[in-house]
Design a protein around this ligand. Structure first.
Ligand code: SF4
Ligand code: SF4
Length: 437
């Protein structure tokens, strides 16, 4: 029986690793659909950002209560997963609490810490569920939070509650079995699961063994299923927040990346540089129409988005009733990437499917509503920059389609001919000072 369990466990683990690896490779190739992106700046600063913002959750603490609850879920995720190591070794070798004899009293301390975190995670998830579904916090109710994103958020909270309950149930039944059967390694008293021991105390040993084993299997299969599910969910941010903060731009937020070929042309028009003697290389498309026109960094950011809506809650365009939501910009970018990736995997047309990120996912009305204020960038807890994508889409509309609103087009024309937004000759620019003494 024990050998059969070991075989089932090893097959389950191998299947989970295979599926997770396949999905991770798919995500990587989706991100690689993006254009190359030159990583510049101080790598020390990048590491500091990663440690403070991704690992230390620094920006989350702008809203203390959700940050405090999220912190428990995050630490619980990191620390409780250490216990999974023991699950894996036990499952593969057919042992039971294999580390307990080696760690002695430390094992009891660790288990009590795990249980404390399990209870904290459980309570935090219940509160988060209430905030979303009973208190109906406004930023979780926006138009882009359709059925799937809402279900995804709820599902993951429910899964975590169930997984934490399984750990506590397993420990409670295990503690009773330690008093009845030598096979069960002594763990010492486990504080939090001791509270639910009375629920199981009167059960016979066979039933207890069944419950303990069921909770063990449920927990480990739940963890493996969770790990796979996360790769399809917004909860991928658990992992992606780290590379995303590392590769986030270091320039001041107001900095807009120019196209070098355009900059050179303008400088030459203004007489700031000599006209290039050689024709520059074909600049390619101006701005972005689809995901392959964005940088891989922009695409990775879309997979890092937690759909928390802090950006949308701060967006002046959204607040004043415009159609724009920076969260939707990131969700649409990810959805388009997934669509193209799936099509390519199935041997389909991929990017040539007749659809594009602009128009089919994100409309001109949305991008034109953006004031470029950077409030969304400032608000994002994992340094995502929705404005970069908006600007690239707008650059495409302006430079490739001349499709900006009429008022903007006349301003662009003035800049091109008069080097200023106004329709006055550049030769007259100092007229205002003529009569000054
Ligand atoms: S930069 Fe644009 S999208 Fe971002 S908050 Fe400002 S108006 Fe909204
Ligand atoms: S872009 Fe950032 S702030 Fe906006 S929903 Fe995603 S994670 Fe939250």
């Amino acid at each position: 029986m024990a050998v059969l369990q070991q075989i089932v466990f090893i097959i389950t683990l191998a299947a989970a690793v295979f599926l997770i690896r396949k999905r991770v490779l798919r995500i990587r190739s989706n991100i690689r659909l993006g254009k190359d992106f030159e990583v510049t700046g101080d790598s020390g600063q990048r590491i500091k950002n990663t440690m403070l913002i991704a690992f230390g959750q620094q920006k989350m603490f702008k809203k203390f209560i959700p940050a405090f609850l999220h912190f428990f879920i995050y630490v619980g995720f990191l620390v409780i997963n250490l216990e999974v190591l023991e699950f894996v070794v036990d499952g593969a070798l057919g042992t039971h609490r294999v580390f307990a004899p080696y760690l002695g009293g430390l094992y009891n301390i660790l288990m009590n810490v795990f249980e404390f975190l399990a209870v904290a995670v459980l309570l935090a998830c219940v509160i988060f569920l209430l905030r979303r579904n009973v208190l109906k916090v406004a930023r979780f109710q926006s138009a882009e939070m359709t059925q799937w994103p809402r279900m995804d958020a709820n599902l993951i909270l429910v899964i975590e509650i169930v997984l934490m309950t399984a750990i506590l149930t397993m420990n409670a039944t295990d503690q009773i079995l330690q008093t009845r059967d030598d096979h069960y390694t002594a763990t010492g008293s486990l504080l939090f699961s001791s509270f639910i021991i009375p629920l199981f105390q009167n059960l016979n040993t066979t039933t207890l063994v069944f419950i303990e084993r069921f909770a063990w299997w449920f927990h480990i299969i739940g963890i493996l299923g969770f790990a796979l599910y996360v790769t399809y969910s917004k909860h991928l941010h658990i992992f992606m927040a780290f590379p995303n903060t590392y590769f986030a731009k270091l320039e001041p937020k107001g900095h807009i990346s120019n196209m070098p070929v355009v900059t050179n042309e303008v400088k030459s028009m203004l007489g700031l540089t000599a006209t290039p003697s050689v024709t520059p290389a074909e600049p390619g498309r101006f701005g972005a129409k689809d995901i392959n026109d964005l940088s891989w960094n922009n695409l990775m950011a879309a997979y890092s988005c937690t759909e928390c809506g802090r950006c949308t809650a701060e967006c002046p365009a959204n607040i004043t009733g415009k159609k724009l939501s920076p969260r939707k910009i990131m969700m649409d970018t990810r959805d388009r990437m997934e669509e193209v990736g799936k099509s390519l995997q199935a041997g389909g047309p991929g990017l040539n499917d007749g659809k594009t990120l602009l128009n089919d996912y994100i409309t001109k009305e949305e991008i034109n509503a953006c004031t470029s204020c950077n409030a969304c960038v400032e608000a994002c807890p994992v340094l995502i920059n929705p404005l970069e994508i908006i600007l690239e889409l707008r650059r495409y509309v302006a430079m490739e389609e001349s499709g900006s609103p009429a008022q903007w087009n006349s301003m662009f024309q003035n800049i091109e001919t008069s080097f200023a937004p106004w329709k006055f000759s550049s030769a007259d620019r100092f007229n205002w000072a003529k009569d000054e003494k």
